[in-house]
Design a protein. Structure first.
Length: 215
């Protein structure tokens, strides 16, 4: 992981809560890893925090070589993304239940096919992977934030307290884990928000302010 987590996955659990949390962390780490095998690099990777953007640029340079090839990759990536967007619109029209969960279920196969996307597409993969791993729908919520028209973000929370304040990591409870594949970040909520306070990422909203469980 790029940023790590407050509770390392290998820490021996001492209580029922910490054992539960350790299992959830391992699951979310696996989901984040697998999501990046589907979408290796975000379509809008240039909007990522500087440290992550630098890492991705270095990987692309190593894989693709010269600037011409990197430019060609960016063109192909945008083409795949636009094709995926059209596929998502078609899949959504076919959906009969207008809920977020149904939307992400419709979206995931399209993302699989095009292997492109940004935070929402990563979330679609993460939600479906969590469900495939036996995580109940009732444990999954979506954490969203927005500032202006472009500045918005979404990630996944598992086991947040029912009365959690979206902007206060301490209110999420001792079992909660946030999985944010776009940021390549899996962490307990307090650590997650601490990271958001220190990374340089102009695309992030000032606060993540909607904790939605409208599945």
């Amino acid at each position: 992981m790029l940023y790590g987590c407050t509770i390392p996955v290998g820490t021996p659990p001492q209580t029922a809560t910490s054992r539960f949390l350790a299992v959830t962390l391992r699951t979310c780490f696996a989901v984040n890893r697998d999501a990046h095998q589907k979408i290796r690099y975000p379509n809008n990777y240039q909007a990522l925090p500087a440290v992550l953007k630098t890492r991705i640029k270095a990987l692309l340079a190593q894989e693709l070589g010269g600037a011409d090839r990197r430019y060609g990759w960016r063109v192909q990536s945008e083409q795949r993304f636009q094709s995926m967007v059209r596929g998502v619109q078609e899949a959504w029209v076919q959906g009969t239940d207008p809920t977020l969960l149904n939307y992400y279920r419709c979206l995931a196969p399209v993302v699989d096919r095009h292997q492109s996307g940004n935070c929402g597409e990563y979330v679609s993969l993460a939600v479906n992977m969590l469900l495939d791993r036996g995580v109940q729908e009732s444990r999954i919520r979506l954490l969203k934030g927005a500032l202006g028209r472009r500045n918005n973000h979404i990630c996944v929370v598992v086991d947040a307290a029912p009365d959690a304040d979206p902007a206060d990591g301490a209110s999420y409870g001792g079992r909660a884990v946030i999985c944010d594949p776009w940021l390549d970040l899996v962490a307990a909520p307090v650590e997650f928000f601490r990271v958001l306070d220190v990374i340089e990422c102009e695309f992030m909203p000032e606060t993540l302010n909607v904790l939605n469980d409208n599945f």
